[in-house]
Design a protein around this ligand. Structure first.
Ligand code: AMP
Length: 552
């Protein structure tokens, strides 16, 4: 077994690795660290997140930086704010035994002056998102003209996000003589282009199979009907009561709908999507990291940078268009040496995509049979039994056990167990209809009426919008709580810059119109009107229109 010492790391870095509990180098560290310590070379490394790649470039960079000067010598570019902060945090840990070290994160959506101040104090290493860095270079708030090391982390993600031009422009501000290290989970042609254009004879290193999902991930799929996705999700969650998972949907609306249904079914779930403010996203992520949320329902964009080590399952509620995106999704599980499962819900017509994934990953995907409701319930009981058996004894109960023994003494073991189970699962409806995995006609109708049936709904205009700091979830919550309506009673909320639209069931028409009649917010009258075929319906249009103008 190789050790960090045998890779040539200096004493402060060895001590930091020990403090972090790193016993031995990972594969990428074994391959990359000696190379980057001994050769001034450019490098292209194909490695997923979770393989230990941050330390693979972080340790060699830290070992070669001159901490006696305040000059910026290392630059790490990463696609998202979350990743940027994570890398900074990791680098600070790896350099915790270096006294003068200063690593500064710069990213969009935060105060630029604060970040500039930190840079001015002297940043040996700058970890940045491309957009914000470009901006700060333009304003001369950061100087990267003397760097010796440049890392492009998650290069495929950065290019996916459209940062090509920004990266190109940033690199023109760096010296020609530097070591460039590019890390990417996949190798689409665009990454190759970057490598060819901006690197000199890079050494290429592949961890695991090229373009493959991590070895620790078991890839599985269910063939489902178009309307059975949620039922399949319920089945997966039912069979895996300890699941700590990430469910990927294609749209923001879908993430919200799935999260709401899961919450209604008693699970700890939350949606994360681009319409949430950065603060809201941070709050959701924090709850997820602390496991207060068991299921995170995400769009691909919002999930970028999710870096949580213990995710047990990744669920592809719908398949993404690009197989590369599937690789990214499934790479969220099976990390840091743990095993993970990636499950795909695929319709019959999309089944051919499974073959494409198999070819790309060069691995066989396992088709799963949908478990029966009875199997799920049996599994729940088994899980409960395990939990009971593993419950630590509460010692201070001892003096009170006698009265419980006495109270239950006439019951035989079978009756006692049946009674305890009845109490435990008293809210669990075991009739075949409620257990049914298919969403069935009744449910279909209900959700159709709720979401799609135009005859039963009214559409309203409201003069609140994005400029009032609303996005669709917060506006939905505001309207719902103001009207004291239930979770699904306000739907199809669409937020524009100055105004928005929302729908409710026809039966709520009077409630909506009356409730908003005299509402003032910040001395502005809030106006809600019924719309007709997407247009604002108003008996006295001209008058109302000029009224709006005045208000805004
Ligand atoms: P990364 O691929 O850099 O995102 O690293 C994934 C996780 O593995 C991080 O939490 C690291 O702190 C951890 N890690 C990195 N190297 C090692 C190692 N040699 N042994 C154990 N854990 C490690």
């Amino acid at each position: 077994m190789t050790t960090f010492q045998s890779l040539g790391l200096s004493a402060p870095l060895l001590k930091a690795a020990e403090k972090l509990g790193f016993e031995s180098p990972t594969e990428v560290q074994n391959k990359v660290i000696p190379l980057l310590l001994n050769d001034k070379t450019d490098l292209v490394a194909l490695a997923q997140t979770g393989t230990g790649k941050t330390a693979a470039f972080g340790f060699p960079m830290l070992q070669q930086i001159d901490f006696g000067t305040k000059k910026t010598q290392g630059l790490i570019l990463s696609p998202t704010r979350e990743l940027c902060l994570q890398i900074t945090n990791e680098m600070e840990h790896y350099g915790s035994e270096i006294r003068q070290i200063n690593v500064v994160a710069i990213y969009g959506g935060a105060n630029i002056t604060e970040q500039a101040k930190k840079i001015k104090r002297g940043a040996h290493i700058v970890v940045a998102t491309p957009g914000r860095l470009k901006d700060m270079i333009r304003r001369k708030l950061v100087d990267i003209s003397a760097i010796n090391f440049c890392v492009l982390d998650e290069a495929d993600e950065m290019l996916n996000m459209g940062f090509y031009e920004d990266i190109k422009s940033i690199l023109t501000h760096t010296p020609d003589k530097k070591s460039s290290w590019l890390f990417s989970a996949t190798m689409p042609p665009e990454v190759n282009t970057i490598a060819k254009k901006f690197m000199t004879a890079p050494i290429e290193i592949t961890i695991g199979t090229k373009n493959a999902g991590t070895k620790n991930v078991d890839h599985q799929f269910f063939v489902v009907g178009g309307r059975e996705r949620y039922a399949a999700l319920r089945a997966v969650v039912g069979m895996n009561p300890d699941i700590f998972g990430c469910v990927f949907c294609r749209t923001k609306i879908e993430t919200q709908k799935v999260a709401e249904k899961l919450i209604q079914d008693g699970h700890k779930a939350a949606a994360i999507h681009g319409d949430l403010s950065q603060n809201q996203r941070d709050a959701v992520m924090q709850s997820f990291r602390k496991k207060k949320i068991q299921l995170l329902i995400a769009t691909d964009v919002a999930a970028r940078g999710i870096d949580v080590d213990d995710i047990t399952h990744v669920i592809n509620y719908q398949l993404p268009d690009e197989i590369e995106t599937y690789t990214h999704r499934s790479g969220r599980t099976g990390r840091a040496g743990k095993l993970g499962t990636s499950i795909i819900f695929v319709t019959k017509s999309d089944r051919r995509k499974i073959k494409l994934i198999e070819n790309k990953l060069q691995t066989k995907l396992t088709e799963l049979e949908m478990p029966s409701p009875e199997q799920i319930f049996k599994n729940k009981i088994q899980h409960w039994v395990e939990q009971v058996k593993n419950t630590p004894l509460k010692g201070d109960l001892q003096p009170y056990l006698d009265s419980a023994f006495k109270g239950l003494e006439e019951l035989d073991k079978e009756t006692l167990i049946e009674l305890i189970l009845s109490k435990e699962f008293r809210n669990f409806d075991l009739n075949p209809k409620s257990l049914s995995l298919s969403e069935g006609k009744n449910n279909e109708k209900r959700s159709d009426r709720k979401i799609n049936a135009p005859k039963d709904k009214d559409r309203f205009f409201i003069n609140l919008g994005a400029r009032d700091q609303y996005e669709w979830t917060t506006l939905k919550d505001f309207i719902r709580s103001y009207l004291k309506l239930g979770m699904d009673d306000v739907f199809q909320v669409e937020v524009m810059k100055n105004f928005s639209f929302f729908s409710t069931h026809k039966k709520h028409r009077d409630l909506v119109l009356k409730s908003f009649e005299n509402l003032n917010l910040d001395s502005r009258r809030i106006s809600v009107e019924l719309t007709k075929k997407g247009k604002t319906f108003s008996p006295n249009k001209k008058k109302k229109k000029s009224g709006f103008k005045k208000k805004f």
